[in-house]
Design a protein around this ligand. Structure first.
Ligand code: PAF
Length: 287
């Protein structure tokens, strides 16, 4: 497995493979890889002939008071993990490669980015869509892989690809959880032992919501109250708890068929997110 740092190198490698009719998969990441990313790489290895993992801590998706500086950077261990999973090449550009001059052109997906994480993190999704558009243009993958853990991001990227007629397919892979239910996240590394216990409140709130829906509760306000209680019992600072239409992200008052339940909670200084998809027409799997 190779590691390349420049746009020219990754373009040359992909071009060579495309000339052999290879199906190219891209797994965009910011590194600090865990089993959640691993599942994306595994899916790409299974479905594609040539798998690129990009590792780039993208400065434009972090707000001024967010954790860009302290975001974990672990390229050597990430590379070993990708090699073990069967990835073909890592594209790990510098910020100067990706943003050589002042960026005057941005990709902005409206409406879907104005709610939920978009409200708490102004400018975040503009950074995400712009860097993903750049990565798609640089790598020109046939498929790109994202995790359901970042549900809003997945919805926004799918919409960007559709609206801008980008010639690739987006695959969304299920959330990967620790044995006790905590959703895998690179930010879990920030948690102390006590905070790690508290962090379970996101999963517990979602399972509470799932049980209440299974028992027949359809009123969103009551479901949100029940989740709030679980999170407050664990001293989590709620950023938002929302139950929305999974396509439009509009808030629901009642669950009628499909719904997306999202939570964002600060545990100390660490902001964690998690979510649950509900479809009343299919039997619920334990999350
Ligand atoms: O999900 C992430 O790790 C990032 O938002 C992404 C998609 C790699 C863009 O920087």
């Amino acid at each position: 497995m190779r590691i390349v740092h420049t746009i020219n190198e990754i373009r040359q490698s992909v071009l060579g493979k495309k000339q052999q009719n290879a199906r190219v998969g891209l797994v965009p990441t910011m590194g600090a890889l865990h089993a959640g990313h691993g599942s994306l790489v595994e899916a790409a290895v299974e479905e594609c002939d040539f798998v690129v993992v990009s590792i780039f801590v993208n400065p434009t998706q972090f707000g001024p008071s967010e954790d860009f500086e302290k975001y974990p950077r672990t390229l050597d261990t990430d590379a070993a993990y990708c090699e073990q999973l069967g990835a073909d090449i890592i594209f790990a550009p510098s910020a100067d490669q990706m943003y050589p001059a002042e960026q005057l052109t941005w990709v902005d997906t409206e409406k879907l980015t104005e709610v939920l994480c978009g409200q708490s993190r102004p400018g975040h999704f503009r950074g995400v869509t712009t860097v993903c558009a750049k990565l798609f243009n640089i790598v020109q993958p046939d498929l790109a892989y994202f995790g359901q853990k970042d549900a809003q991001q997945a919805i926004v990227i799918q919409r960007m690809v559709k609206d801008l007629n980008m010639p690739l397919e987006i695959h969304i892979c299920p959330i990967v959880r620790e044995d006790d239910g905590l959703a895998m996240s690179s930010r879990n590394k920030y948690l102390s032992a006590d905070q790690r216990k508290q962090a379970l409140c996101l999963y517990k709130a979602l399972t509470e919501c799932q049980s209440q829906v299974a028992a027949g509760q359809r009123q969103v306000a009551l479901l949100i109250d029940a989740m709030k209680q679980v999170i407050q019992q664990h001293q989590g600072q709620i950023d938002y708890i929302s139950i929305v239409d999974p396509q439009t992200l509009d808030s629901l008052e009642q669950i009628k068929q499909k719904a997306l339940v999202l939570v964002a909670v600060n545990i100390g200084k660490t902001r964690l997110i998690d979510n649950l998809s509900i479809d009343l027409n299919t039997p619920a799997n334990p999350i």
